[in-house]
Write a protein that binds this ligand. Structure first.
Ligand code: ZN
Ligand code: ZN
Length: 225
């Protein structure tokens, strides 16, 4: 089974980990989820961009730990890679304006989320975080839900994991009192122990919290250099 490859598993202020972002190789194409601070350089260092025919970037929301190096990645593609490069986000005009304000001075587009791409059927759902936050369902040879940042667990994602319609849920988690993130107690309530090895948690505040999630039976987003 394909799995997402994590470039980082940290939250915005986790100085011991890279920002949470992950990619999937779909045939000849690269599908990236978010592009936070330092993630463009992580991608270049890994050498995964050169091998891709098209680069598809799905953005969950506009916090800097999720888009902090998106402008750098657009430039890198424009100057060095010249790949098919597509950024997907439901509020297209908002993200386009933001990138224009950062100084992107060549023509580019932000695309609405497609219904199907690179062998996957795709569903986009609003998430409860800041305005303009989204999670993504992908159905294909490997089917999954990617939560982005949210303070609630999507009921459809739980039901589809239970029924086997999706193979995995990638979900953010926190142990803090933040009202805009999903407390580990909510995740424990949503996912019984028998399901937890198929729930991969991410966006950790500290490495110690990642270990706590593992001790509760959840899978943990693993990052390798
Ligand atoms: Zn975040
Ligand atoms: Zn956020």
């Amino acid at each position: 089974m394909d799995e997402l490859v994590f470039l980082g598993n940290g939250s915005a202020f986790n100085y011991q980990a890279y920002n949470t972002a992950a990619y999937l190789i779909a045939g000849e194409d690269l599908i990236l989820f978010d592009c936070g601070e330092g993630i463009c350089n992580r991608l270049i260092k890994r050498g995964v961009l050169e091998n891709a025919r098209n680069i598809y970037v799905f953005i969950t929301h506009l916090h800097s730990d999720h888009i902090g190096s998106l402008e750098a990645l657009i430039y890198y593609n424009e100057k060095f890679l010249h790949k098919g490069f597509f950024i997907f986000y439901p509020r297209t005009a908002r993200l386009k304006r933001l990138l224009q304000l950062t100084g992107v001075d060549f023509p580019f587009e932000i695309y609405p989320v497609p219904k199907a791409l690179a062998g996957y059927e795709i569903g986009c759902v609003p998430q409860n975080h800041i305005p303009g936050s989204y999670g993504y369902f992908f159905y294909g040879s490997f089917s999954f839900f990617y939560s982005g940042d949210t303070c609630t667990v999507n009921a459809r994602a739980v039901a589809r994991l239970k029924s086997g319609k999706i193979d995995r849920v990638y979900h953010e988690a926190t142990c803090s009192s933040s009202p805009i993130h999903t407390h580990i107690d909510k995740l424990k309530a949503a996912f019984p122990p028998a399901l937890r090895d198929r729930v991969c948690l991410m966006h950790f505040d500290t490495p110690a919290f990642a270990e706590q999630c593992r001790a509760e039976g959840f899978a943990v987003a693993e990052v390798t250099e």
